[in-house]
Design a binder for this molecule. Structure first.
Ligand SMILES: [Zn+2]
Length: 336
């Protein structure tokens, strides 16, 4: 584990202010650029017992514990559903289990943090909490967190991470120092993806709109396979076969599909407005064929619906019905 190369400078700048860092930091920026990795690396550097150029050494006992997810002065707060990674298996059973897990950060989790900060630190150094995604805080949890931020405990840094900071309580935002992270240049993102062994990195990076960690996710075989499936459906000259396509949809599948549909519709809108496809650069012929019969006003309406659906996808909903509805709206927009 190391700072992502494109965020190293921002990290060094922040660590340069140590030991006068703010008590609360809000790390924001687009999805998939490495905000959580940044916050973790900040934590590791703060906890390191013999930092090199202010950053974590990777060798000391503290760095070792951190690497084992075992540091007594570090806590990470995430929704239950995110606790065991992404659940890569995709088995029907584990999918159902994941569906029952909470998608929000609850007040009990914030109370546990208040307890944690009331204890003395184990290594007589700092204590760091990383909470993500901060927009997942339930209202009661957000209010409890606000109390902690209003009476900052000594030697404690709380880093909130969010790609939708506007959804946080204004009072929480105002208690945090804002660190806005950016996506890297294309060349450096591609180099990083290639070093990580990503398949078809150019296509994945275009699809991800330049966000490298999102691109790495999209370059996974399972994701590439699903994108091909959705793109094939969206490309049908006679329109998507709505019922057959949406059968068996669950929330995870809907979320992935929404992303493909949204980027696809953005490309159609661009083509209709005399621009060029930016995301699905390997399907330009199919996009152009669809764009010919599509209506711009309906595409824009569909885009708003997709945005709304992505907001709702973290709530319980009938994934099959939502997929059917959106696919029908897509057909209406592209078979005009
Ligand atoms: Zn160290």
């Amino acid at each position: 584990m190391n700072a992502l190369p494109w965020h190293r400078e921002a990290l060094e700048r922040l660590m340069g202010r140590h030991p006068r860092l703010p008590h609360a930091i809000l790390v924001s920026g687009r999805r998939g650029i490495g905000k959580v990795a940044f916050a973790r690396e900040l934590a590791r550097s703060l906890l390191c017992e013999s930092p090199i150029d202010r950053l974590a050494c990777g060798q000391c006992p503290s760095c070792h514990w951190f690497g084992q997810s075992n540091h007594p002065d570090y806590r990470e707060v995430v929704p239950e559903s995110a606790e065991e990674g992404d659940g890569e298996g995709g088995e029907a059973d584990s999918g159902k289990e994941a569906g029952k897990k909470s998608l929000v950060i609850k007040i009990d989790q914030v109370r546990a943090i208040r307890e944690f900060v009331s204890l003395s630190t184990h290594r007589a150094g700092h204590r760091v909490i990383v909470l993500h995604p901060a927009q997942a805080l339930q209202p009661a949890a957000a209010n409890a967190l606000l109390k902690t931020l209003e009476e900052p405990p000594p030697a404690t840094v709380i880093a909130l991470v969010s790609d939708r900071p506007a959804r946080l309580l204004a009072t929480i935002r105002s208690r945090c120092e804002s660190v806005v992270l950016r996506a890297p240049e294309r060349e450096s993102a591609l180099a990083w993806l290639k070093a990580g062994g990503a398949q078809e990195p150019e296509a994945a990076l275009a699809l991800a709109g330049g966000a490298p960690l999102l691109a790495a996710e999209l370059a996974q075989p399972e994701d590439r396979e699903w994108r091909r499936r959705v793109v094939a459906e969206l490309s049908r000259p006679d329109g998507a076969h709505v019922l057959a396509f949406a059968a068996g949809f669950d929330r995870a599948l809907l979320e992935r599909t929404l992303f493909v549909m949204q980027t696809w519709v953005h490309d159609l809108v661009r083509l209709k407005s005399a621009g060029e496809a930016r995301h699905h650069v390997d399907s330009v012929a199919a996009l152009k064929a669809k764009a010919r019969r599509a209506r711009l006003d309906r595409l824009l309406a569909l885009d708003r619906e997709l945005l709304e659906a992505r907001r709702l996808v973290s709530h319980p909903l009938n994934a099959r019905l939502a997929a059917e509805h959106l696919m029908m709206a897509y057909n209406r927009a592209t078979l005009a």
